[in-house]
Every structure is written in structure tokens, then in C-alpha cells.
Write a protein that binds this ligand. Structure first.
Ligand code: NAD
Ligand code: UD1
Length: 338
């Protein structure tokens, strides 16, 4: 009885492996290492003192997937595998649809052949688009994504929803993540972006370690208290724990359920810079530049459903995440490469 974790060597996947193992679950990881390193799996073993198989496998390779399902008794799939760079998805839309949507379809076929009908899927708050009022609630209208990456999440949500309508034996949990940041408190696993980071926290961390000169703050003329963009930053360990709750629920209830995984609190860009500075005693030089196209002013979650139904809520603060991100970054300035 094991949980198959696709993309388990990645940022959120590796932290979820730790929490699954600590919750006493057996896991099997597959990853093609397109954006990660198998070293992350070794570090998960070192953190937890527990063993598990990790297999190089692309989710578009149906034959290999069938072999994995034949080799292990899988009860549920936690599906992280996907490409996630917003800018790159605008340049390579076909690759993104092929990898994320095509890959998910292939995975679903392999699951069906193996009789495995429980999936926890990594969706994103990006599916709420730019028109909904905050806080975002699970029953709001979705759509209006502004880039192929976001649209792959929307399409996959639709595919999984249709699947549950067509076959009542399926159990799917669509988890809409807000903005994951932080790292495991051991400093052994964390976010290791390729090249210059696009997201705020890894950018701040690379400024702190001296790899980048200063942060560009994308606009201070938003309709927010200090004019900078407001987001719901969730510690990756809290997020990872949310998957254990969602997985337990999906293994006991059929149908498609949607959950926001966030803190329910909005934090501005300037707030996050201050939190990083006060948690770590390091000054983050920044300059205000024009808005980044496609950004919205405010995004944060209504987290009542996850609390009421899953019994899950976040426990860590933005300062905790800043401290842990820095601990990871300073110990691993080149990610898993050193
Ligand atoms: P990540 O890039 O660190 O992890 C994704 C993993 O999937 C990587 O290890 C990568 O090598 C693997 N992968 C990609 N394509 C694959 C394929 N075809 N076959 C097998 N493995 C493949 O990203 P992450 O931040 O850990 O995100 C995990 C999931 O959560 C992704 O689906 C992402 O879109 C989603 N998500 C992330 C965020 C975020 O801010 N990090 C927000 C919302 C949703
Ligand atoms: C972005 C993606 C979103 C994706 C999410 C997680 C866009 C438009 N959205 O969300 O689809 O699900 O990442 O991968 O890319 N900021 C700066 N300077 C920086 C970087 C960011 O000021 O160098 C600001 C942004 O304007 C925003 C906030 O920081 O207000 C957070 O940005 P980011 O970390 O990129 O996340 P999102 O834009 O919320």
C-alpha cells in the first residue's frame, strides 16, 4: 500500500515526501528530473531516516508508467509533475500543453489500467484569474488565465472534473496552491530554480546570498495598502502537510473536491522584504520598476473549507518561511549542484 508521487524530486514534491513518510505512509517517487535532482530524494531519506524507491520516469511514457504500477501496490497518486515557468510557457506553449496536459492524460490512462482511481492534483490559485474579489473561494467561477502554464492547470482541472462525473469510482482532490515559499527547517531540501528566479522569494534569497545585486519590485501603484502586489505566501512544509490531509480524505470519499491551500492572509512585496530582513538580519536592496505584465493586484485564499472539511490549517508564519528559505539558500547557494 503506497502513494505514488509524481514530480517527487521537485520543490513541493520533496517536502511532501518528507511529510508522507513522517505520517507513516509508504511512497514511490517518479520524476524525469527536468527541473530537479535525484539528490533531493536522497536528502529526503536522510531527513526522515526512511527508505523508498525513486525511479526516473516521464509521465508521458505510458509503458514505463505501466511497469511502475505493476511493480508496486499503489493506492493513490499525488501528481506534482509538470512544467511551471510562466514566462517560458508563453514561449513554448506546445511543450507546456504536451508535458502538463498530455502527461496527465497518459498518467490517467496508466492509472485506469492499473485500477488506481485516486488522485491529488497540484492546481494553482492562478485559475481564479483576475476578476474575482478576494478572498478567493473554491466555488467561484474560474478561468481568465493569462498564460499557457495557467491554462494547463485550468484544462487539467476540467479533465479531472469530467472524469469524476463519468466514473463515480474516481476520487480526485484539486488543490489550489497560493504562493509556496520557505524550505524544510533542516536546510537540506528547498527550492532550486534554474537560472534567474522569476518568483519573489527565491529572488530575494539570491539577492541575500550575493548572487543578484538587487530586487526589482514590480510596481508600487497597485490598489493595495502600500501599492505593491499582495499575495498569500504559504510555507512549503504547511503546504506539504496539506497533501497528507487531502490524501487521507480522497482515500475515503469519492468524487471531485477542490481545496484552497493558503494562509488566508495577504502579504505585500514590501512586507515580505521586511519579514526577510527582520528574520535574518540582512538588508535586501530593491528598486521599484514598472508592473510585470499579467500580474494581479491582490490574491489570497478563503481557507475555511480546508479547515472545516480536511481539518488542516497553516502553522508557520512568513518570518518562519524567510528564515528557512535563507537557511536553505546559504547552505546550498547552487541548489543541489554543490
Ligand atoms: P518543481 O519544478 O520543483 O517540481 C515539478 C517536478 O516535476 C520536477 O521535479 C520536474 O523534474 C518534474 N517533472 C516535470 N515534467 C515531468 C514529466 N513529464 N515527467 C516526470 N516528471 C516531470 O515545481 P514545484 O514548485 O514543486 O511544483 C509542483 C507542482 O505544483 C507543479 O505541477 C506546479 O505547477 C504546481 N504549482 C506550483 C506552484 C509554485 O509556486 N511552486 C504554485 C502552484 C502550483
Ligand atoms: C506566479 C505566476 C503564477 C504561478 C506562481 C507560482 C505570474 C504572472 N504568475 O505567481 O501563475 O502559479 O508564480 O509559480 O508569473 N515580484 C516582484 N519582483 C520579483 C518577483 C515578483 O516584485 O522579482 C512581485 C510580483 O509582482 C507579485 C509578487 O511579487 O506581486 C509575487 O510574485 P511571484 O512570486 O512571481 O508569484 P505570482 O506572481 O503570485
Amino acid at each position: 500500500m503506497a502513494i505514488l508521487i509524481t514530480g517527487g524530486a521537485g520543490f513541493i514534491g520533496s517536502h511532501t515526501c518528507v511529510e508522507m513518510l513522517e505520517a507513516g505512509k509508504e511512497i514511490v517517487v517518479i520524476d524525469n528530473y527536468a527541473n530537479s535532482s535525484p539528490k533531493a530524494c536522497e536528502r529526503v531519506k536522510a531527513i526522515t531516516g526512511k527508505d523508498f524507491p525513486y525511479i526516473e520516469c516521464d509521465i508521458r511514457d505510458e509503458e514505463k508508467l505501466n511497469k511502475v504500477f505493476a511493480s508496486y501496490k499503489i493506492d493513490a497518486v499525488v501528481h506534482f509533475a509538470g512544467l511551471k515557468a510562466v514566462g517560458e510557457s508563453c514561449v513554448k506553449p506546445v511543450e507546456y500543453y504536451d508535458n502538463n496536459v498530455g502527461g496527465t492524460l497518459t498518467l490517467l490512462k496508466a492509472m485506469k489500467s492499473a485500477g488506481v482511481k485516486t488522485m491529488i492534483f497540484s492546481s494553482s490559485a492562478t485559475v481564479y484569474g483576475g476578476e474575482n474579489p478576494v478572498p478567493f473561494k473554491e466555488d467561484m467561477k474560474i478561468g481568465g488565465t493569462t498564460n499557457p502554464y495557467g491554462t494547463t492547470k485550468l484544462f487539467i482541472e476540467n479533465i479531472l472534473t469530467d472524469l469524476c462525473k463519468a466514473d463515480k469510482d474516481w476520487s480526485v482532490s484539486l488543490l489550489r496552491y497560493f504562493n509556496p515559499i520557505g524550505a524544510h527547517e533542516s536546510g537540506m531540501i528547498g527550492e532550486a530554480p534554474n537560472g534567474t528566479p522569476n518568483n519573489l522569494m527565491p529572488y530575494i534569497a539570491q539577492v541575500a546570498v550575493g548572487k543578484l545585486k538587487q530586487l526589482s519590485v514590480y510596481g508600487n501603484d497597485y490598489n493595495t495598502p502600500d501599492g505593491t502586489g499582495v499575495r498569500d505566501y504559504i510555507h512549503v512544509v504547511d503546504l506539504a502537510k496539506g497533501h497528507v490531509f487531502a490524501c487521507n480524505r480522497a482515500l475515503s470519499v469519492k468524487g471531485c473536491e477542490i481545496y484552497n491551500l493558503g494562509t488566508g492572509r495577504g502579504v505585500s512585496v514590501l512586507d515580505l522584504i521586511k519579514a526577510f530582513e527582520s528574520a535574518n538580519g540582512i538588508k535586501i536592496p530593491y528598486v521599484v520598476v514598472p508592473r510585470r505584465p499579467g500580474d494581479i493586484d491582490v490574491s489570497y485564499a478563503d481557507v475555511s473549507k480546508a479547515l472545516n472539511v480536511l481539518g488542516w490549517k497553516t502553522e508557520k508564519s512568513a518570518e518562519d518561511a524567510c528564515r528557512d528559505s535563507w537557511n536553505w539558500q546559504k547552505n546550498n547557494p547552487n541548489g543541489y549542484d554543490n
